[in-house]
Ligand binder design. Sequence first.
Ligand SMILES: *Cc1c(COP(=O)(O)O)cnc(C)c1O
Length: 339
Amino acid sequence: MGPEVAQLEDELAGYVGGGECVSCSSGTDALVMVLMALEIGRGDAVLVPSFTFGATAEAIMLVGATPVFVDVRGATFDIDVADLERGVESATSAGAHPAAIIGVDLFGLPADWRSLRSFAADHGMKLIADAAQSFGASTPDGRVGTLAPVTTTSFFPAKPLGCYGDGGAIFTADLGLASILRSIRVHGQGTSKYDTVRIGVNGRLDTIQAAILLEKLKVFDAELEQRHSIARRYSAALHNQASVPEVPGGFRSSWAQYTVRVPDRDRIAAALHSLGIPTAVYYSKPVHLQGPYRRAPRSQRELSTSAALARDVLSLPIHPYLSTDDQEFVINNFLETAQ
Ligand SMILES: *Cc1c(COP(=O)(O)O)cnc(C)c1O
């Protein structure tokens, strides 16, 4: 918690456009700390998309609450607002109180926060944004970090703004919530180090990671620009052979991943691999089908879009320093393989 940590928090809050920033040890810890601060636990249900990284649902389990899996939209990979009502009903039939929704900005594209805010308000539910993959992205309503009452992010090296180890942050305009989060971050500290007023965690961000993030923040916008131009190039070249990622009007993705959908995904991935082109499948199994979650309630028996995505998504190489030659190599070989 050296001076760089406070400086980073100021700069990150400024970057997203205001409010409070509480840095922490990881994107997972950020989610756990927020659920703790909102006093969500045993007896509560939290609606969560079934097509996400497992940590989103894991945080819910860690605080003793019940995840309720809801399907996603195939074109934008975000939680399907049209399926939330069924999620609320499943929570209630399972005997849990529908307390919150965690939306996820998958692959860097902001979810439909406008609809999520209005659904949460209508149902008296808390709303949390898991923006682990989308720091730097925006919608016409503002930047990620201000689109939900509370937003978590991650600085794991593979995320758009990565440090050299683990790190995370929480954004909120609610001063009271920020102060509870700062207490939870250091074991529920009260007015002094040895005054304990609640149960917390060891959730500090290392000063050395803050120092690295301060430097990387200086080039972050230029890096996002590079990711945009690669994504535009990929989409223009590949849209006839694959279903390319859709970006709603006025939205800007941070392009944590560039993910297409192709029917013969595994064959294409293997062919590209043999040419030295690394690809990845995020995610080959939806969370509701993973062992520890099989008995968790879900909005529908078959979360069919999540299942379809698990079969046909393929993420192509994207990072700010991918050379034009390498981009062309990926495009040409993808087109040849996918014919
Ligand atoms: C990476 C990620 C997390 C967890 O972040 P860590 O910093 O690795 O703990 C949570 N949710 C999503 C959607 C992620 O991609």
